[in-house]
Write a protein that binds this ligand. Structure first.
Ligand code: GLA
Length: 375
């Protein structure tokens, strides 16, 4: 039983599922993530010292961070996120006070549902409320992203931290990652539901492969800018322009860029389909996105392909794709409500037969990003 008495606030930030717009956030594209009911919760109380005392409900570790020494903690396994958040929140001009933080995370680690963004965002908000300061969720997301870059070594885009900080229950965020302009689209699925499935493949090297993809699309941008001087990011490139300059790109770089420009177009169509309630179209776009991530961007791998394909083959499934960075993690599928249980059994059986892994399903409750409660 969690002993949370004597804490002052309970602060939560959400994990996320991205509906569509994968590997385009760092190319200035639009994405469509939703905040989930899976959360990292921080119980916090100021302690009158210069220390952050960290404890976890599901880890035996206890870590103390000295606020005067935050640069020294980049190699810590779990606490590096908190150290980075405290360092950059303070650097952004905010007061950080010593406090005790007890973490309780229901976002499964390594599932591609952004447990790290949930940890970062909830930590920053906990530090803000402990210091009695207001916070702006967009600024929180940007500081959290910086912590991920500089303390976790993943050169991520803004999608995860933004969704974790700004999500709204029952909605997807249509976020322009170039300008951070965003709108909320009600997720009205008619007679369908979203099903999130974890391929459960233990994944390593996600960060290094992710950074490699980022470098490849930056190469593509640099090469294309010589011919299209007006573009500032790959999302500015139209599919026909990419084909026109196909020859100037090495084949692998062309494949990466093709995924990005076509995925941007799919997001536009998906937002339109969601607004109109055309679920068959939305589902087709999910499947097309997965195929592109598999064949052109090469971030799926055998397990995610097997999981998505088992889903796509079920009669009640309108579309299925990997969500998040890839190389393991989860798929999201659009499934007719009355077929949900049959779908799960079908996918589990086929996926296990093909890979030997047992898929796990998580509830796709679409919740608010941040919640703060005074205890
Ligand atoms: C990870 C990153 C995001 C985004 C996705 C892929 O989740 O943190 O910024 O790039 O991968 O869409």
């Amino acid at each position: 039983m969690l002993d949370t008495k004597d804490y002052t606030y309970r602060v939560s930030a959400a994990g996320r599922v991205n509906l569509i717009g994968e590997h385009v956030d760092y190319c200035g594209g639009k994405v469509m993530p939703c905040a989930l009911g899976l959360k990292n919760t921080v119980y916090v109380r100021p302690n009158g010292t210069d220390l952050l005392n960290l404890a976890w409900t599901d880890l035996p570790d206890k870590v103390t961070l000295d606020l005067n020494n935050l640069r020294n903690y980049r190699t810590l396994k779990h606490a590096k996120y908190h150290a980075g958040c405290a360092a950059f929140w303070r650097e952004a001009g905010h007061r950080v006070v010593g406090c005790d933080l007890l973490m309780d995370c229901t976002v499964p680690f390594g599932s591609g549902l952004s447990s790290s963004a949930a940890i970062e965002v909830s930590t920053i908000v906990a530090l803000a409320v402990a210091a009695g300061e207001p916070y702006d969720p967009v600024e929180v997301a940007l500081v959290a992203q910086r912590a991920e870059h500089e303390y976790a070594g993943v050169n991520c885009g803004i999608m995860d931290q933004f969704a974790s900080a700004n999500g709204r229950a029952g909605h997807a965020i249509l976020l322009d990652c170039n300008t951070l302009a965003h709108e909320f689209i009600p997720v009205a699925l008619g007679d369908c539901v979203l099903v999130i499935a974890d391929c459960k493949k233990p994944h390593s090297l996600v960060g290094s492969k992710y950074n490699e993809r980022r470098a490849e699309v930056e190469t593509a941008l640099g090469m294309l800018q010589k011919h299209l001087p007006g573009i500032t990011c790959l999302a500015d490139v139209k599919p026909y322009e990419l084909e026109e300059y196909r020859k100037v790109l090495p084949p692998v770089i062309h494949r990466r860029a093709k995924h990005v420009v076509e995925e941007c177009e799919r997001v536009r169509l998906a937002a339109e389909a969601m607004r109109k309630g055309t679920m068959s179209k939305f589902g087709e776009l999910l499947t097309a996105s997965h195929r592109s991530l598999s064949a052109l961007y090469e971030v799926t791998g055998r397990e995610l392909d097997a999981l998505a394909e088992a889903a796509q083959d079920h009669r009640g499934c309108l579309g299925s794709r990997m969500t998040g960075a890839g190389f393991g993690g989860c798929t999201v599928s659009l499934v007719r409500r009355e077929e949900e249980e049959d779908f799960k059994a079908w996918v589990s059986e086929r996926y296990h037969a093909k890979t030997g892994y047992t898929a796990e399903f998580y509830p796709a409750e679409l919740a608010d990003g941040i919640t703060v409660e005074k205890l």
